[in-house]
Design a protein around this ligand. Sequence first.
Ligand code: FCB
Length: 458
Amino acid sequence: MSTLRFPQGFRWGTATSSFQIEGGADERGDSIWDEFCRVPGAIVDGSDGRVAVDHYHRYPQDVELMASMGLDTYRFSVSWPRVLNPDGSVNRAGMGFYDALVDALCAAGIRPWLTLYHWDLPAWLPGGWTNRATADAFADYALRVHDALGDRVRVWTTLNEPWCASFLSYAGGHHAPGHTDPAEAYAAAHHLLLGHGLAVKALRAADPGATLGLTLNFTPAYPADPDSAADVDVVRRVDGTAHRIFTDPVFRGEYPADVIADAGAAWPSGLVHDGDLELIGAPIDVLGVNYYTSQLFRAGQHSSQPTPHPAAPDAVAVDRPELPRTDMGWEVTPDAFRDLLVGLHRDYTGPAGIPLAITENGAAIDDPDPASGPIEDTERIDYLVGHLSAVHEAIEAGAQIDTYLVWSLIDNFEWAFGYTKRFGLVAVDEALNRVPKASAGWYSELVRTGTLTLPERA
Ligand code: FCB
């Protein structure tokens, strides 16, 4: 039996987000996701986040679960419309919830890792992320949260997956607010990055010792036929708006010229003001990587359907039927994860002298109902073993990676898929009781030993 040992001091944990788990909706303001859930047909099962898994009321139990698993780190997000009122004042009860959560984590010896924005934007901000003023509002909000929690929270992520909050939400129409306008998506992407830059500046001034970063999602794109110039070009354009539009301003202080050229008339004139890129490109201390899958594309007919890849309306996703898939339909491709991490270290974080942290990785599996007995989620364990091997290979190849967080601690509201997809190490029954799956026990053992056991290969 072969084993892989992770470096001494490597940090292990799980991740969640506010809207997906908290519920407690009567005790906060509306977010754009509350509004989106009310749009008929927007959520496949017609569900919403009003109760979710009721973490708002059951957080002590969830912290206890993590402590019993021996987890080192918990990445959670703060709900902006819970902690601030529409007039900008602090909602004391809402902030008090996070205060108590952070206290409970610290008491359990779990490092709190706070994400400021995981998509639940207050519904009352006019124009959402298409409005430059939202970036300023975000920096104010960041400081308010820091005032309350900064004495105990030492790791801060500004944004979770700005690609989803811009292109998937304002061009693809799949996420709140469900718009399908490429110009809005480019504006949202820039204003999200500007919000990140303004928040980093404000937090840095308030707390020079804090660890600050942002989390990007990466779905490496490959040409179906590497010898086809058209396929290669489609992949360049997908990669431009999915990844490089975020990595390059953050690490190099500039938007890639090809991305702006490909956007053409959809790039709003006057979008980028003097000084924006200096703010966005200010040093960060860690890059969070969320990884689930990779994708093959070929160049096809130009489609006029809404797409989250507005520079590539001719991109056609090509299936690889030989690969296993998760319940999301996502192909399982751990080698692409390893190559991604090595490439990010080489091109971005290595030169910046900062580590990578895996802030999300995990699998939706169609688990049986918890009422029918213990959940033996071996497919999820296999997925995690494969992807942790990839992380280990990347470390061996020289990539600096110091943290791995499973998405997710617990089954939850999976955005437009409602409660139909299960990513948790822990299931939730009808009565909202927590029921650990086999993967929770497996992960706990890995965390305890820092050693991954690989299955025998035939
Ligand atoms: C990521 C999100 C997270 C969850 C997982 C499955 O894109 O950050 O909230 O939905 O995907």
